[in-house]
Design a protein around this ligand. Structure first.
Ligand code: FRU
Length: 485
């Protein structure tokens, strides 16, 4: 079905309960529903907005359009978890209901402030000519779980010299002060990341654009983030329209990291900047970072892309979020690796354990239940292939060559978004391979997150077996089925 603008932007209250019940049933019957990832009950999800430890649990907010698998009137969905992996939807969604967010409560972030969770988000409004008006708005989640929106915008207009493509505030603390980064654009269609300093919860002062070269920013920037690790600065952001000849990436829009040696919060100055890909998979965007005291820098991403359709659209839903990862720097290189609490998803009942067998020509892993973790050691100087069979062919095929440090992943049945990705990883050494499969999602981590490759795949049947060839290349093969509490 095609979706008219009027249908996409009608008020939430106008959707009939009957329509939603039918949509729920349609979604529940989809063969591509994941077992352990954050996914929509109905409709579409995209950017993670905020991840905070507040009131004795983790709170996650993310973008949703609950009424169909398209980008429409967006709100924030609220979920909580004790362990970062078993998420449960709870009340406290942030809904669009005023003149400033009439066309969407867009992405933002949150910080724990004075015993409450303080949210900042982009109010997206369109006028009669469909011109965009962007403001940065506030809301507060209390310890009682109730959410209140601030009556007035925190930042009413972009700074002079910037367009209305002004969004996705990222709140952060630095040396005892609170700041926010906002994605922006200049009228000459160069992107920027705008730095503001907090005066009070409701008053913010524009400092400057971060001193990033124009060619690092495309024509506009979405979803900026910053973190500080071992004296280095890491920015993670989405520069739409980044020149592919200047910096190589294969997805429609990139989500990349910029590492710098220093950050000056009084001028926005960054020194010695270099760019990196942080995930070489098919579907990866809008990463949100969370700076924590005990868990370091956390990262969670949308395993989906803007302007892209998915086979699940036909089942009434689209979009999942990645597992929560820890972001670290190894020799200046950004690594993403699942938070150790991912172990809480492992099924340990004896009858649900995968069966791992070594044969003359391959390892086989059977008794898999669609969602599983598979790990092994790939010896230095070896080539290996991981097959996930789907009937008489492979729905996912991964080739890894630890001699050259080259890898390739191939998925079947996917025209939109491509079916092949190549990637590099540290050559000439023994590396840990850790693969998570969740019915229609894969997350591959090589050498403890030095290379990450994630995305979606859409087989005819959820995978129940895996093969690793040849048996001599791989050792210490382990596997678990995964499930939520
Ligand atoms: C990125 C994005 C953000 C915006 C949000 C709307 O995917 O376009 O820039 O805030 O999605 O859902």
């Amino acid at each position: 079905a095609t979706w008219s603008t009027a249908a996409r932007y009608q008020p939430y209250s106008s959707w009939a309960p009957d329509y939603i019940m039918k949509l729920k049933a349609q979604v529940a019957a989809s063969k591509w529903r994941t077992k352990t990832h954050v996914q929509p009950d109905t409709g579409l999800i995209n950017d993670p907005c905020s991840l905070n430890f507040f009131n004795n649990k983790w709170h996650l907010y993310y973008q949703q359009f609950p009424f169909g698998p398209v980008h429409g009137l967006k709100s924030w969905a609220h979920a909580v978890s004790k362990d970062l992996f078993n998420w449960r939807r709870v009340p406290g969604d942030l809904l669009p209901d005023n003149e400033y967010d009439s066309h969407g409560a867009y992405t933002g972030s949150a910080l724990v402030t004075h015993g409450t969770l303080r949210l900042m988000y982009t109010g997206n409004a369109r006028d009669d000519q469909w011109h965009r008006h962007s403001t940065q708005l506030g809301a507060v989640l209390g310890a009682d779980g109730r959410l209140f929106k601030d009556p007035k915008p925190l930042i009413l207009t972009p700074p002079t010299g910037y367009t209305q493509e002004f969004r996705d505030p990222f709140l952060f603390n630095y040396e005892g002060q609170t700041y926010v980064l906002i994605g922006g654009q200049r009228p000459d269609h160069t992107g920027a990341i705008l730095l503001y300093a907090k005066q009070t919860d409701k008053s913010w002062r524009f400092v400057a654009p971060l001193s990033i070269p124009d060619e690092f920013c495309g024509y506009m920037v979405e979803c900026p983030n910053i973190t500080f690790i071992n004296g280095k600065v890491v920015l993670v952001y989405c520069p739409q329209g980044l020149d592919q000849d200047f910096f190589e990436y294969e997805n429609v829009y990139p989500n990349i990291a910029l590492v710098a040696d220093s950050f000056d919060p009084t001028t926005g100055n960054l020194t010695h900047q270099r760019l990196q890909n942080i995930d070489k998979g098919f579907d990866f965007y809008a990463t949100r970072l969370a700076n924590t005291d005990d868990d370091g820098t956390l990262a969670i991403s949308w395993l989906g892309l803007p302007d892209t359709t998915y086979p699940t659209d036909d089942d009434g839903w689209a979009g999942v979020l990645s597992y929560v990862r820890q972001l670290t720097l190894r020799d200046d290189h950004v690594c993403l690796y699942p938070h150790p609490a991912i172990k809480s998803l492992r099924e340990t009942a004896v009858e649900d354990l995968p069966v791992i067998q070594q044969h003359d020509d391959e390892w086989t892993v059977t008794n898999l239940e669609g969602a599983f973790e598979l790990a092994f050691t790939l010896a230095a100087g070896q080539k290996t292939t991981i097959h996930l069979p789907d009937g008489d062919h492979d729905q996912l095929l991964i080739h890894l060559d630890s001699d050259s440090g080259q890898g390739m992943i191939q998925r079947e049945n996917r025209n939109n978004g491509g079916s092949l990705r190549q990637f590099g990883f540290p050559a000439g050494k023994t590396v840990e391979i850790r693969l998570f499969i969740d019915v229609s999602v894969f997350e591959l981590f090589i050498d403890q997150g030095y290379r990450v490759v994630s995305g979606r795949f859409f087989g005819n049947e959820a995978p129940t077996a895996a093969r690793i060839t040849p048996p001599s290349a791989a050792s210490d093969v382990v596997s678990w089925n995964l499930k939520k509490d």
